[in-house]
Design a protein around this ligand. Structure first.
Ligand SMILES: [Zn+2]
Length: 107
């Protein structure tokens, strides 16, 4: 079956559009983000960060959850109740075992 010249041209153009359009959209997004970026604000935020906390992590994101998590864990490690059925150590105060879902009697 022969494809007409017009139809062939339309198909080629559609193919080009499908390839080129996302690239242009991405480049446009990239350009827009670069345009919106405020170097002075970033620099100022970095300086404020250094002043408030001497943490080696420049963002300070990793430091907070780690310390919070550690504190929580330490508390949990002290108060545990051992499951009668499977012997798993569970947090004190829970009603069901986290391993076998068996009921843990109240103390
Ligand atoms: Zn259990």
């Amino acid at each position: 079956m022969a494809i007409g010249q017009f139809e062939l041209a339309v198909r080629v153009l559609m193919g080009l559009f499908v390839v080129v359009a996302p690239t242009l959209l991405f480049l446009g997004l990239w350009k827009g983000l670069t345009y919106l970026r405020d170097d002075e604000l970033i620099e100022r935020a970095r300086r404020m960060e250094g002043r408030s906390s001497p943490s080696p992590d420049p963002t300070g994101i990793a430091a907070f959850p780690a310390s919070a998590f550690d504190g929580d864990e330490g508390e949990e490690a002290q108060e545990t109740v051992v499951c009668d059925a499977c012997g798993t150590a569970n947090r004190a105060g829970v009603r069901f075992c986290r391993e076998c879902f068996g009921r843990i009697p109240d103390e």
